[in-house]
Design a protein around this ligand. Structure first.
Ligand code: FES
Length: 86
């Protein structure tokens, strides 16, 4: 199975997940995409990003507040190809 492609709307970059990452934030960091974060475990909401297309899955339901259409990359993984507003 090929890994999902992560498209970044602002830069047009397309990234794909390698085998070892455990969350979307790690995938972005591996590709030198700077994302704000603090707790890296779904509590603070600092890493919040807008998801334009696709779906992600959380390891555990995050405690931080997210609006519709937003995701917390520190604790989710893409389930399919996704597009982010960064
Ligand atoms: S870094 Fe705190 S919720 Fe993602």
């Amino acid at each position: 199975m090929s890994s999902p492609t992560i498209t970044l709307r602002a830069s047009g970059a397309q990234l794909s997940a390698a085998a070892g990452e455990s969350c979307l934030l790690e995938i972005l960091e591996l590709h030198d995409v700077a994302v704000e974060y603090q707790c890296r475990s779904g509590y603070c909401g600092a890493c919040r990003l807008k998801l334009l297309k696709g779906k992600v899955a959380y390891r555990q339901a995050p405690l931080a507040f997210v609006n519709d259409g937003e995701i917390l990359p520190c604790c989710c993984m893409p389930l399919m190809d996704i597009e982010l507003e960064i």
